[in-house]
Ligand binder design. Structure first.
Ligand SMILES: Cc1ncc(COP(=O)(O)O)c(C=O)c1O
Length: 414
């Protein structure tokens, strides 16, 4: 298995929709074959249509606010001593996270397909909030499926979805988190696909959803590559790109334009959720060697018991609290193009405290996982190494969790 040069990774699958002949595919009920095929035809037509690209870029620039900032975290760097730490502030994007790119493209496609309704899943609430924003913008009726546990812990985003006119459907099955929300959303789509478009909130699900999401979030690395070239004159000899990995959409989007570089020059570090330190549950299938299984229509490494039943996860971060991971990342792990590791709940909270103490940046709990590993690594590296962390979400949604974990000290770090 090898990475092909000059072809986007999202397109490097076989005719069964699988990457490395092993990950992804379309493990879907018969009823979804037709709507999936229709979406594939529409997407392939639109991505090669100049007018559509112009329309997309116009929304990215004038509505989402691209490009997002690329900033040097000088105070943090000086405090740590070692490699330079930079951030790509993707949380600058309209709504506060990268999920807006995928949501916008799905709504544009739904309009082209003549659909009036759009549904989606959400964990941290950002995918749902962004879909509700885009649906409102494009005049689509919107329904968001969200685990009951996540509804409780991500209230600011739930309120935003409702303000945007979306119906939030609580999911009470299983662990009442993202995995159950995606399942319920797909179940609804099976029965309503004639009238309704579905947006999967990450680079997971049947092949076409991985591709649309990856294609949309690639905007992040297109901007970053340009910004790095402007700042340093060329791509540095030692560049390390840190990103949290839940389903894997922000990380794929952050890395995609750098795929052809040698990993000694541009290294990719994916940080999964290790969960509570004392607990046995985690949401890190790549780090802890989970086995190949099928989840949400695709083959991937997934937390499962010996009978193949999906195992419950645990993480302070609702956006990373998912037992599976994108087939794109399974492939990148197998070919050793990316390195995957995990940060615990405690590590993420400590990183949040450190970043907010030294910088005017408030990464949500998801990117705080990536900051934790970047900060540890930076200490051991020299000044000519450039570390960039994708600060892909704003911590406003985590306010209640941060107050409960940090108590009165929260104000100090806010
Ligand atoms: C801010 C933020 N970062 C990261 C993630 C993880 O998802 P992904 O790996 O698809 O980027 C989420 C998911 O909700 C999120 O809201």
């Amino acid at each position: 298995m090898k990475l092909k040069k000059k072809i986007a990774l999202i397109d490097q699958h076989n005719n069964l929709g699988m990457w490395g002949n092993k990950f992804g595919g379309n493990f879907v009920p018969e009823t979804l074959k037709k709507p999936i095929e229709e979406l594939e035809i529409l997407f392939n037509k639109m991505r090669n249509n100049k007018k559509f690209i112009q329309e997309r870029d116009n929304y990215f620039e004038n509505w989402i606010g691209s490009p997002t900032r690329f900033i040097y975290l000088r105070n943090l760097t000086n405090h740590i001593g070692g490699a330079q730490i930079w951030a790509k502030v993707v949380s600058d994007a309209n709504g506060g996270a990268h999920k807006i790119y995928n949501a916008t493209v799905h709504c544009l496609l739904a309009k082209k397909a003549g659909k009036k309704f759009i549904i989606g899943d959400t964990g941290a609430g950002y995918a749902g909030k962004m879909l509700s924003m885009a649906a409102k913008k494009f005049g689509l009726k919107c329904k968001i499926f969200m685990g009951a546990k996540d509804i409780k812990r991500q209230q600011p985003n739930v309120k935003a979805m409702k303000r945007n006119g979306a119906e939030v459907v609580p999911v009470y099955t299983g662990s009442q988190t993202l995995v159950d929300a995606v399942s319920e959303c797909m179940r609804f789509w099976v029965a309503n696909c004639d009238t309704t478009a579905m947006c999967v909130g990450s680079t997971v699900g049947p092949n076409i959803f991985v591709k649309i999401c990856g294609w949309s979030t690639s905007q992040i690395s297109r901007e970053l590559k340009h910004q790095i070239n402007e700042e340093f004159g060329s791509i540095p000899k030692k560049l390390k790109l840190y990103n949290c990995v839940g389903g894997g959409s922000s990380s794929y989007g952050f890395w995609s334009e750098f795929m052809d570089y040698n990993k000694k020059q541009v290294e990719f570090i994916g940080v999964e959720a290790g969960g509570p330190k004392a607990g046995k549950k985690h949401a890190a299938p790549l780090t802890y060697g989970s086995k190949l299984g099928i989840l949400h229509g695709a083959a991937q490494y997934v937390n499962q018991n010996i009978e193949g039943q999906i195992e419950e996860t645990d993480s302070i971060s609702a956006g990373l609290d998912y037992p599976g991971v994108s087939p794109l990342h399974c492939f990148l792990k197998d070919i050793k193009r990316a390195r995957y590791t995990a940060a615990s709940d405690e590590d993420a909270l400590n990183a949040y405290k450190l970043v907010t103490k030294f910088e005017n940046l408030k990464p949500s709990l998801e990117p705080s996982h990536a900051f934790s590993v970047a900060i540890k690594d930076a200490k051991e590296l020299s000044k000519n190494t450039i570390i960039v962390v994708n600060s892909c979400g704003d911590a406003h949604k985590d306010k209640n969790i941060l107050i409960s974990k940090l108590g009165k000290k929260y104000d100090k770090f806010n």
